[in-house]
Structure formats: C-alpha cells, structure tokens
Design a protein around this ligand. Structure first.
Ligand SMILES: Cc1cc2nc3c(=O)[nH]c(=O)nc-3n(C[C@H](O)[C@H](O)[C@H](O)COP(=O)(O)O)c2cc1C
Length: 412
C-alpha cells in the first residue's frame, strides 16, 4: 500500500504537468479564434457577449490586440535551439509556461461548474488557476480539486467583515496567492448586456428567454444541471438581501459597493493572508512605488480585458514604465488581449514575470469543458515555444527586449 509520504514524494519527483493538445479537438480548433467561434456557436448570445465583448465603444478591447501587433519580433539566426524549456517560476513555484488563468466571474455560465473545469484544466496543464469573487462555484468546492496551484481574486466590498471572511475561507482552503482587483470602483458600462437582458446573478426576462430558447444545447448542458441541483446559477459567495434574494453584482447593492478600496486595506489583508498579495489593474508608476512601500508581492498590469474603463491604455504599452518603477522589487504580471503564444513572449521580453489569460480558456470550456481549456492552454504554449525558437531563446530567462522591434527602434 502507498503511504501518504510516498505519494507526496512521488508527486514531488514527477515531471511538472504540461498542457497537451486534446486529440478530439486538434483538427477543428487550430487556434484561440477557432475556439472563440466554437463558443459563439454554442452559447446563448447574452452569455457569449458577456464573455467576449468590452465596455462602451470597446476601444480598449480592440487596442489590446492592436498593441501586440504594433510590437514586432526579431528572428535570431544560427543559434542551436534544439533543446528548449518553456518552464518558468512565479513566487518560487513552477509553471509549465509563464501563464496563469485569470479570474473570470461567471465562468460557470460558459459550462456547468466552469470554475471546477478550469481548476482541473490548470492542474493538468501545470499553470495556476485564479478563482474570482463572483464565481458560481464556491471556494471550498474548487478546493476539492486537489492538484494544481490555486489563487483567489478579491473584489473588496464596503462590508469589510464579509470580504475578510471570504479571504479567510480562501486561505483556509489552501489558496496560495491573493489578487486584489483595484480597477473596478464602479460597475462598468456595457450596453449590450442591457439589450440582451443579461443579468448577474442570472435571471429570466423576455430577451433572455428568447435567447436561451435558441440555444437548446446550452440549456441541456449548462442550465439543466444547475436547475436540477438547486436552481438558477448564482454567485456562490454573495450574500442574500432581506427578501432572501441574492444581492446584485459589484456596485449593485450598498454592501457590495467597491468604491472605497484604499491602500490601508492591504495592511489588514496582510494580517490574514501570509502568501503573496497582488493588486490588479495597475497603470501608474506611482501606484507601483506605493505598492512596494505597502509590501505588495506583485502588481498586475491590466485593463480588465477592455471590459471596464474604455480607452484605458493597453497593458503592453504601459508595461515598460511599470517594470521600471518596480525595479525588481516586486513581480509584474500583465494581461488583456493575449491570444497567441507570441504575445506572451512580447510581455516577458518587456519585463513581465508571467501573463494572465482570461477569455481563451473560457472559450475552451464553452466548447469542451476541462478538455477545451487544456486545449486552449496547449495551443498558447505551442505558439510560445515556437516564438522562443524563432527568437533564439532556449529558456524563458533568454527572452529579453532584444527579441523585439518597436516603433522607437525605427531609424529617424
Ligand atoms: C467573463 C469575464 C469575467 C471577468 N471577471 C473578472 C472578475 O471577476 N475579477 C477580475 O479581477 N477580473 C475579471 N475579469 C478580467 C480578467 O481577470 C482579465 O483581466 C481579462 O480577462 C484579461 O483579458 P483577456 O480576456 O483578453 O485575456 C473578467 C474577464 C472576463 C472575460
């Protein structure tokens, strides 16, 4: 019989898990855009647009992709790159390639208990998974996925006691890193959600009923199991109002307003949370300097995937300033708009320790649950590996700004 010590040792000595393309999906889904179109076919319009679209005029959403196209790669020639490793480390622990799954509230609408599927996929692929405050699956249920690294994202509510209780639950369930989202002071303006009748928590109204009726597959695969197991899908961590109904998302109810988060909140969180603490949504060098003073372990450069402040700067454009301000004193992570492995390489070359990826694995789960998310990660990793080979990198630490060409490099 295997003792717990022996199985721990076996786990320590086992090779770190890597994302592998899923054979059943490999011929049909060749890149993230294929998975996106697959998700579009399978989800009701309201759910797909909630996941896929941005805010207001969606200028940041478009610019996120454009920013990666503005920065070019340079070939490196005559270098032996026959032996390569994409493995990286963040906070002293390994990842199969420098990417973690970003927090995405309502991941459980792309597929049934989508957060569980994502956590399993992340473990299988050797990357961390971040559970969001507005997730549909609870902290404790996600913690039943034993393998893999788990991070928790916090939307700090006005009701500090309720927020701190949530953080304690994540700590007690073994989550290792805390991400405090700082870029959502007020609810974002996304007009299509109103037109589609899309609400969070999910409610039925005339447009949604019409919409869902045209997606019988989603009704069967996603809605039906929720209805059989307790009712309409709803946020697992949100309190109920006096009528026993779940209070609306961020900003929708007084106790859930998120507009008075301050730097001194970090000191209180630090008393509860001994692992790394990061602030997400950072664009200003002076916020990085303050973060260093407050003892943060990292910042996440992000415009929330173009979903919050429209025309907010693309992460890649502001990353060099943030990395310079960090000056190696804290980790800098970047997200928003990564759809190709080459994009990951560009962020690393500009000084990011790793990236977060939000929509790609959601598209994957909409197509094929855990397998679909693993497939998305495998596609990104394969492209990242290819970009490393072309730019002459055999390990992640070989990736530097020398791999890049930027407008500023043009002869004048
Ligand atoms: C459907 C959806 C829900 C999201 N929910 C959250 C959330 O609850 N908390 C948070 O900090 N960020 C949230 N985000 C933003 C992601 O964490 C991340 O910053 C963004 O998705 C990165 O851009 P990408 O989707 O282009 O990779 C969400 C993103 C999406 C697409």
């Amino acid at each position: 019989m295997t003792t717990p010590e022996a199985s721990d040792a076996a786990r320590r000595n086992a090779p770190w898990p890597q994302p592998k393309p899923v054979p059943a999906l490999a011929d049909k889904y060749l890149n993230i855009e294929d998975l996106r179109l697959g998700a579009k076919r399978r989800l009701p319009r309201g759910v797909f647009e909630f996941i896929d679209r941005g805010s207001e005029d969606e200028a940041s959403l478009r610019d996120n992709r454009a920013s990666f196209h503005r920065v070019k790669l340079r070939n490196r020639v005559m270098v032996d790159v026959s032996v390569r490793s994409t493995e990286a480390q963040i906070f002293g622990k390994p990842m199969s390639f420098p990417l973690a799954i970003a927090p995405t509230g309502a991941a459980g609408l792309a597929c049934y208990e989508g957060e569980l599927e994502l956590a399993r996929a992340a473990a299988r692929a050797g990357v961390p998974f971040t559970l969001a405050t507005p997730s549909l699956t609870s902290i404790e249920r996600v913690a039943t996925v034993e393998e893999g690294r788990k991070w928790f994202q916090l939307y700090m509510w006005r009701d500090r006691a309720a927020s701190h209780a949530l953080v304690k639950r994540a700590r007690d369930a073994g989550f290792e890193t805390l991400i405090v989202t700082g870029d959502t002071a007020v609810p974002p303006i996304r007009e299509y959600n109103k037109r589609n009748g899309f609400n969070s928590p999910f409610t039925f109204n005339a447009p949604i009923v019409m919409d869902v009726a045209t997606s019988p597959g989603w009704m069967w695969r996603v809605l039906r199991p929720y209805l059989r197991n307790g009712g309409l899908p709803k946020q697992a961590h949100y309190p109920n109002d006096e009528k026993g109904q779940q209070v609306r998302m961020v900003g929708g109810a007084e106790q859930l307003r998120g507009d008075n988060l301050r730097w001194d909140d970090i000191a209180r969180l630090r008393e509860i949370w001994k692992g790394p603490i990061l602030v997400k949504g950072v664009h200003q060098p002076e916020d990085v300097l303050r973060g260093i003073q407050e003892g943060l372990d990292g910042v996440i450069v992000s415009n929330h995937g173009g979903r919050n402040l429209d025309t907010a700067v693309a992460s890649l454009d502001v990353l060099p300033e943030i990395v310079a301000a960090a000056n190696g004193k804290l980790a800098v992570i970047a997200d928003s708009g990564i759809r190709r492995g080459g994009d990951i390489l560009k962020a690393i070359a500009l000084g990011a320790s790793c990236v977060l990826s939000g929509r790609p694995t959601l598209y994957g789960t909409a197509v094929a649950g855990e397998d679909g998310a693993v497939h998305a990660l495998a596609l990104l990793k394969r492209e990242f590996d290819a970009a490393m080979a072309y730019t002459g990198a055999t390990k992640v630490s070989d990736i530097t700004a020398k791999c890049l060409w930027r407008e500023a490099d043009a002869p004048r």
